[in-house]
Design a protein around this ligand. Structure first.
Ligand code: NBP
Length: 482
């Protein structure tokens, strides 16, 4: 009997769909799950005549694989991954490859890559996006880890991934935890995209008094232009669907958002790296605030909102909301790319920024036409330090700016929160300012803590201190070089 091309551990929703996808591309797959009943049910109900075989011990699974063996785990991130690696190690030989396709934290992947390298086992930690549907018909795949394993797994990964204009949405991302880092940033951007779309929706629904059906029509229209993306498409679809009583189902859904943690990880990493990733971080906070449902309901009676007067220039505001959504989305990706650039510097990863945009272009939740422009920008100028320096994005932001401001003002005047759109605008206003308010912060730090400051009329790096406390009422103080 021929040996299998790859083994897959973990037959929940992602694992099952990936196995079917791999088998449909002509590869023989061996599968294993902790609970044997799930393996049996999968083999009985879904496998049909595909080249898939179930095993009931890791030993038998590994023995069924061709060399070098490729064993992929699709299990919950965390301790389970470490314990499975420990169980696999005695069964594997030098040059075999362990792949973690779950949502592992990048630092865990870096640790595992290094530890397994010492045992001559190649480790690949790969981000996989697209949910159940993507896993079955073509996900976005973001592999990183030990590059020596890449050529062996590449044919399978690129065969099963999504394709855009014939190109696979899967390429090598970089060393150690780079694949999982990029997947984490992808998820952070997903939080941001979802938040700005939800803000636009609330402005339309409550600020402009539009029905769910009218919002459906508007989002469908927007999906044919620069905002063309999976998340705008599903938003339009959600707004069309009615509950059994004929009312829009969106109105029956409780306004308390869940989260699994990848947005938070992205925010934490941005804080650690010192990158102003405020749109994504605000999106995480917005979910936290939404979860305080009971407190919000109480506060809404304590601080009742003034009755809203619908504006007369509805069409103009609608257009402004579109532009604010587009500009905020650009800022979100700009911040995401700033973070990846800093991570690459800090961890000494050689990231391919255009390739990352291609990987996100299809198959994943944040897929959009707009990512084609990001790819073009980085292909043309790989050294680009910010997408704001690319003429396409420069023009887009300049065109959208007045409407973006108008939208944020409309939200404030209507007491509709737009934390992501507003923070994106605050970021932009700070980024484009040659002088910000940090001179005051430096003066305060020097006043209470003698932290020193740099001067505008001295070379960078020279530090000064003022003896603010012993001024004895004098308002002219000397700045001393320290
Ligand atoms: P889960 O994250 O729910 O993983 C559970 C699967 O792992 C079950 O089949 C379980 O077996 C198996 N498993 C094995 Br084998 N050993 C286990 C152990 N020691 N402890 C616990 N479970 C064990 O599955 P999923 O939703 O398919 O996701 C798989 C990975 O892919 C996760 O890391 C997830 O974050 C990631 N991911 C998910 C999505 C998505 O849309 N769901 C998208 C992208 C990435 P059992 O049958 O005995 O419980």
């Amino acid at each position: 009997m021929t040996q299998a091309d790859i083994g897959l551990i973990g037959l929940a929703v992602m694992g099952q769909n990936l196995v079917l996808n791999i088998a449909d591309h002509g590869y023989k797959v061996s599968v294993y799950n902790r609970s044997p009943e799930r393996t049996d049910a999968f083999i009985d109900e879904s496998v049909e005549d595909r080249p898939i075989e179930g095993f009931y011990s890791l030993q038998d699974l590994v023995a069924s694989l061709s060399r070098p063996r490729k064993v992929m785990m699709m299990v919950k991130a965390g301790a389970v991954v470490d314990s499975l690696i420990d169980s696999l190690l005695p069964l594997l030989d030098k040059g075999d490859i362990i792949i973690d396709g779950g949502n592992s934290l990048y630092s865990d992947t870096s640790r595992r890559t290094k530890a397994l390298k010492e045992k001559d086992i190649l480790f690949i930690g790969t981000g996989i996006s697209g949910g159940e549907e993507g896993a079955r018909h073509g996900p976005s795949i973001m592999p990183g880890g030990n590059v020596e394993g890449w050529e062996t797994v590449r044919p399978i990964f690129q065969a099963i991934s999504a394709k855009v204009d014939g190109e696979a949405c899967c390429d090598w991302v970089g060393e150690e935890g780079a694949g999982h880092y990029i997947k984490m940033v992808h998820n952070g951007i997903e939080y941001g995209d979802m938040q700005i779309i939800s803000e636009a929706y609330q402005l339309m629904r409550e600020g402009l008094g539009m029905s769910a059906q009218a919002c459906h029509e508007q989002f469908s229209k927007w999906n044919k232009g620069v905002l063309d993306s999976y998340l705008i498409e599903i938003t339009a679809e959600i707004l069309r669907i009615k509950d059994s009583d004929g009312e829009p189902i969106i109105d029956k859904i409780l306004d308390a958002a869940g989260q699994k943690g990848t947005g938070k990880w992205t925010g934490i990493s941005a804080l650690e790296m010192g990158i102003p990733l405020n749109l994504i971080t605000e999106s995480v906070y917005a979910r936290c605030l939404s979860a305080l449902k009971e407190e919000r309901v109480q506060a809404s009676t304590l601080y009742p909102r003034e009755a809203r007067i619908l504006p007369e220039n509805k069409e103009a505001i609608l257009e402004a909301i579109h532009d604010a959504l587009y500009a905020s989305k650009i800022i979100s990706y700009i911040q995401g790319y700033m973070l990846m650039r800093e991570a690459a510097k800090s961890f000494e990863w050689d990231l391919n920024y255009g390739g990352i945009a291609l990987m996100w272009r299809g198959g994943c939740i944040i897929r959009s036409a707009f990512l084609g422009e990001i790819r073009r920008a980085y292909d043309e100028r790989p050294e680009l330090s910010s997408l704001l320096q690319d003429p396409f994005f420069e023009l887009a932001i300049k065109r959208a700016e007045p409407s973006w401001r108008k939208t944020v003002i409309f939200g404030i005047e209507s007491s509709i929160p737009t934390p992501a759109m507003s923070s994106a605008l605050a970021f932009f206003d700070g980024y484009r300012s040659a002088r910000v308010s940090a001179n005051m912060i430096q003066a305060q730090r020097d006043f209470f803590g003698a932290h020193t400051y740099e001067r505008v009329d001295a070379p960078r790096g020279q530090r000064f201190h003022t003896d603010w406390i012993h001024s004895d009422g004098k308002d002219t103080l000397a700045s001393k070089k320290v």
